[in-house]
Design a protein around this ligand. Structure first.
Ligand SMILES: Cc1cc2nc3c(=O)[nH]c(=O)nc-3n(C[C@H](O)[C@H](O)[C@H](O)COP(=O)(O)OP(=O)(O)OC[C@H]3O[C@@H](n4cnc5c(N)ncnc54)[C@H](O)[C@@H]3O)c2cc1C
Length: 337
């Protein structure tokens, strides 16, 4: 396979960080993956670059997933089964399913990136995680030189986590997801648990919301709250919401009664990372060209001209301040290359 060389990656990551790939190939069909083994060095699978921190030049091969296609695979009494190529734009795919009359994914509207990356960190928003609506994942295994399928029950979906984030999987370019099959139940359940969504629907005077109404409400809320990467480069939430044990949660609640806490299974408690960062004084604060967004402290933004090192310095400063003030460790959500 003839690869492109010395390719600029700054336009392929939503933080707009500089870096070049020693070798690069756009993948528009799964068959191309079978010959990508010709490259001897490291490999990285790139989607929309919206969950990525680029640390300068990459000396390996970037395979840019652009496999198209979306279709109804089958329909039974209970659900629609829809397959989408890994390179399909996630938001466009969600809107397309709604237009076809297959609701279920509306709460995940306007999340940037590709269909193929959605299962990697089990994308989630407004009370829904993609794993809940997924049937199976089709992928190529570079090591074993074979296509394989993982059913939903074996994907080990958890909060911003899945089988595909485990050691030996995508992080060292071991597998490439080629398509995803979704299972959208015909018995549609309205999911408007989040106050932001109900308030937006009320403001629009919508009483019995359709899936399209919910999608439009979520799009409006997200556009108000989150910076558009096209104008203010960012990669969404920069830190996970920390999960702590109940004793730690109790201690924090006594010291900081306003700290939002969300009970989870097995006695664990999820804390709002954005609140911790804001209280640590980082909302709207910047260190050189990188800062935390003025309207949402959880989002790290590139004010212009930043590189991967600048991002890591701001990240470390935020982590240090939150740990000093609350004794809580923040872990980053994006992938570092
Ligand atoms: C403004 C903004 C808002 C966001 N909001 C949310 C949100 O609400 N919820 C949420 O969960 N996320 C959110 N994100 C993060 C991001 O959109 C998701 O993580 C998205 O799934 C990343 O998709 P991508 O195609 O850009 O992946 P990339 O950033 O290109 O890659 C991410 C990881 O997935 C791997 N990967 C990508 N494609 C494949 C493939 N086909 N096969 C194997 N590995 C692959 C890459 O190697 C990398 O490790 C947001 C980001 C931004 C910029």
């Amino acid at each position: 396979m003839e690869f492109e060389h010395n390719v600029d990656l700054s336009r392929f990551n939503t933080l707009a960080l500089p870096g070049r790939a020693a070798a690069y190939q756009k993948i528009t069909g799964a068959g191309q993956l079978t010959v990508a083994n010709d490259f001897a060095g490291r490999r990285f699978i790139l989607g929309g670059g919206s969950n990525l921190v680029l640390n300068g030049d990459f000396d390996g091969l970037v395979l840019h997933m652009a496999i198209p296609g979306k279709r109804l695979v089958k329909e039974d009494g209970e659900a629609f089964y829809i397959e989408a190529g890994a390179g399909e734009n996630w938001h466009d795919f969600v809107q397309w399913t709604l237009q076809q009359g297959w609701p279920g994914l509306e709460n995940l509207s306007l999340i940037p990136g590709t269909v193929g990356a959605a299962p990697i960190q089990n994308i989630g928003a407004y009370g829904l995680e993609v794993g809940e609506m997924l049937h199976s994942v089709n992928a190529w295994d570079f090591k074993n030189q074979a296509f394989f399928t993982v059913d939903r029950n074996n994907c080990r979906f958890a909060y911003r986590d899945s089988l595909f984030k485990q050691e030996g999987w995508h992080l060292n370019g071991q597998i490439a997801i080629t398509s995803v099959i979704f299972r959208l139940p015909k018995a549609w359940v309205v999911n408007t648990r989040y106050a932001d969504v109900t308030q937006e629907l009320a403001a629009q005077q919508i009483a019995a919301a359709t899936a399209q109404d919910i999608a439009q409400a979520i799009i409006a809320v997200r556009q108000r709250k989150l910076p558009d990467p096209a104008t203010i480069p960012n990669c969404g939430s920069f830190f996970h919401n920390p999960l702590v044990d109940s004793a730690t949660a109790g201690r924090l609640k006594s010291a900081h009664p306003a700290l939002p806490q969300y009970p989870q299974p097995a006695g664990r408690v999820k804390l709002a990372a954005g609140w911790l960062i804001e209280q640590a004084g980082w909302k709207g604060k910047r260190l050189g060209s990188v800062g935390m967004y003025e309207k949402q402290a959880l989002v790290l933004v590139n004010h212009g001209g930043a590189n991967g090192n600048d991002v890591q310095q701001t990240m470390a400063a935020v982590q240090a301040d939150v740990t000093a003030q609350f004794g809580v460790a923040l872990t980053p959500e994006p992938v570092f290359l």
